[in-house]
Write a protein that binds this ligand. Structure first.
Ligand code: ZN
Length: 101
């Protein structure tokens, strides 16, 4: 039993690479785009001053698959636990996962 548990732990750990999914819609053509944010590789740390605490910052340029040259820029701030704190977008809109589907 212990052996089986180890195996499942292994799969759980490797299957849950820290990812934040972002859903945006292009202002120009209306294309809905799903963007993967890798919470390991895509974030850069910003050391907070005094009480503020450290945060993580991520900027993404989003380009759709359609022939639209609108560039969508997303900026996100995460807290020290890598929970989303704030996000801003230019060139598009944030949509929910339900709206994307
Ligand atoms: Zn577009």
């Amino acid at each position: 039993m212990a052996f089986l548990k180890k195996i499942s732990d292994f799969f759980t750990a490797s299957g849950s690479s820290p990812t934040y999914w972002l859903y945006v819609q292009c202002d120009r053509c209306g294309e809905k785009i799903k963007v993967r944010v890798n919470l390991h590789n895509d974030l850069s740390i910003r050391y907070g001053e005094r009480d503020e605490g450290d945060t993580y910052f991520c900027r993404k340029m989003v380009v759709g698959n359609q022939r639209c040259f609108q560039s969508i820029e997303v900026e996100m701030t995460f807290d020290r636990n890598k929970k989303l704190k704030d996000r801003q977008i230019t060139g598009g809109q944030f949509i929910s996962e339900e709206q994307f589907a």
